[in-house]
Design a protein around this ligand. Structure first.
Ligand code: SAM
Length: 241
């Protein structure tokens, strides 16, 4: 997968060179490029913003600068992702849908955001445009939102996570549940014991215990997820909880 990020603060994207995503970039599993939007500004001051038509506070990012940048960076078949607090809410399903794209281009807004005609123009021209919010709060810019989305998407790309099995039982996965509690050595720490069943070596009992814990935790913390479960995906023991 090819990932491009366009920002006026390319240094903000430095964490993409760390950890699993950084390793995937270094080994060529992911092809990543971060671009400085000001490269496409045409005046001496490399201006990318101007005052809003209609008045009001703040500045708006110019469509002509974004238009030039995007026409250079977008390849045929790409998905243009525009982080914005007024977009669709980013979820694991969004990450899954973005993970199958050949190219993701993140357009990171600043100030009061990007002139609305940039989205209009690309939709009109048949580009797959996704305006996406990472939550109901307002950040100063789209860079942190892009980092969140890239990390969630990249770990779904084959070859990024060493053991793909670790994706299977995760929270918000195919089971539609939160993950069960996890433990490691030592078996007793500060007066707290690891549940006996996990030390029993009894595989079937461990599987059942984990499923029960997942359901109980989801019931307590996210009853909305339990309501959304497909009844066909539950068994008698689940329903007894
Ligand atoms: N005036 C805009 C509004 O009220 O919707 C907010 C602009 S915000 C200060 C600047 C930029 O931060 C946005 O263009 C977007 O790129 C990014 N941003 C802020 N909050 C975000 C969120 N919850 N999700 C995704 N991007 C966000």
């Amino acid at each position: 997968m090819r990932i491009d990020v366009i920002s006026i603060f390319p240094e903000y994207l430095a964490p993409l060179h760390l950890s699993l995503v950084g390793k995937a970039v270094a080994t060529g599993v992911l092809d990543l490029a971060v671009h400085d939007l000001r490269t496409w500004a045409t005046d001496r001051h490399r201006t990318v913003d101007d005052t809003p038509f209609g008045g009001g506070a703040g500045m708006v990012m110019r469509p002509d600068v974004w238009g030039s940048a995007l026409s250079d960076v977008l390849a045929p078949g790409a998905t243009l992702v525009i982080p914005t607090p007024s977009g669709e809410r980013f979820t694991q399903r969004t990450a899954e849908s973005l993970a199958v794209s050949s190219q993701l281009v993140f357009a990171c807004g600043r100030y009061e955001g990007i002139d609305s005609r940039v989205v209009e123009q690309h939709r009109r021209d048949g580009v797959d445009v996704r305006e996406v919010s990472i939550g109901d709060y307002v950040l100063n810019g789209g860079e942190v939102a892009a980092l969140v989305m890239i990390e969630a998407v990249a770990r779904l790309v084959p070859g990024v996570i060493g053991n793909p099995q670790s994706l299977v039982e995760e929270s918000h996965g195919a089971a539609g549940l939160l993950e069960y509690p996890v433990y490691t050595k030592p078996p007793t720490w500060d007066g707290l014991d690891v549940p006996d069943v996990l030390l029993s070596g009894h595989h079937a009992k461990i599987v059942r215990w984990r499923r029960d814990q997942s359901i109980t935790r989801t019931l307590e913390r996210r009853p909305d997820m339990i309501e959304a479960l497909d009844p066909q995906s539950t068994d008698k023991a689940d329903r007894a909880l």
